[in-house]
Design a protein around this ligand. Sequence first.
Ligand SMILES: *Cc1c(COP(=O)(O)O)cnc(C)c1O
Length: 375
Amino acid sequence: MKKMLPFTRPTIDEETIQSVVEVLRSGWLATGPKVAALEAALSSYLGGRPVRTQTSATAGMEMALLACGIGKGDEVITPALSFVATANVIVRVGARPVFVDVGLDSRNIDLDQVEAAITPRTRAIMPVHFAGLPVDMDRLYAIAGKHKLRVIEDAAHAIGSAWRGRKIGSCGDLVCFSFHPNKNLTTIEGGAISGGSPDEIKTIELQRWHGQVKSGVDGFDTLIAGGKSNLSDVAAAVGLGQLRHLEEFNARRRQLVARYFELWSDRPPVRLPERGDDGHSWHVFTPLLPLDTLRISRPRFIEAMKEQGIGVGVHYPAIHLFTAYRELGYREGQFPNAERIGRETVTLPLFPAMELSDVDRVVEAATQILQGARK
Ligand SMILES: *Cc1c(COP(=O)(O)O)cnc(C)c1O
């Protein structure tokens, strides 16, 4: 068998590894100077906005909701297609996720349906910049402004993405990034929130570390029953090393995707995702399999690719069809695009250390398997 090509793999350079060794030798491992340096570097990358790191985007999004005062009796509008974390955090703060469908090729929240889903209980919109393709920010914020809603952006895929020249996270309300190893920038596990009002940022800081402040009789007080989601300096050192390469990594992702589009420019055996422009950071490359015209299932396709030494992922099944969400009353047939994407999507290899010839190999294998499986 040929060398295994995974669907994603982080690139960590020697300098970053050395910087982690230095932190380990420094005697200060938890939140300290490296976290402060990472927050400052991210802030400067995002045009000077306040940035607060967390141990994950999930933790960040949950805190963002709490910071906006969202809880029991409130509704938050979010797409039916995303990683389940986007909806889980809404449920966890006691609010109701109100799903809307996504565009079949953009995978992004359908803004026409957002307006229709607004009720007197709606407090926020939680869109996802799927695969790093920015949501139409002008329309999104026009809707939010008109109905006085906060926007909590799930930007887990979108570090380095830009909407009409403006970086995602350099504008908007509360923008939550993920630094999981699969994402375009990693801190091993980690996340960050860019933006927020001064009060919201204060709440995020309290939620992140036990609600503690340096005041009161003994020099510390606990203002709220906060949690514990502060990033470590070890993780931040990895993030600082990654941030130095982010633009180069994302440019490489765009080159690799351009190769996929070029090789599949003529009657592709898959349905290609929306291409976007240079503001697309291409976290994942996720075409759809035309299952209606095939004799094989998606698991069989994934297995056949694996036999050729190629890893294939699934991002993602539709959220509303998971047991926990059916229990909230959601059912099949409500969001046809999310459901079709959930059934047909496959994530093909895409990461900065890939060669263009790896793309050729993936396209050749997938085309051959799919052509051989036509009904
Ligand atoms: C990865 C991901 C998350 C969660 O990120 P963590 O840092 O792992 O908590 C949330 N939303 C989307 C769309 C993601 O892809």
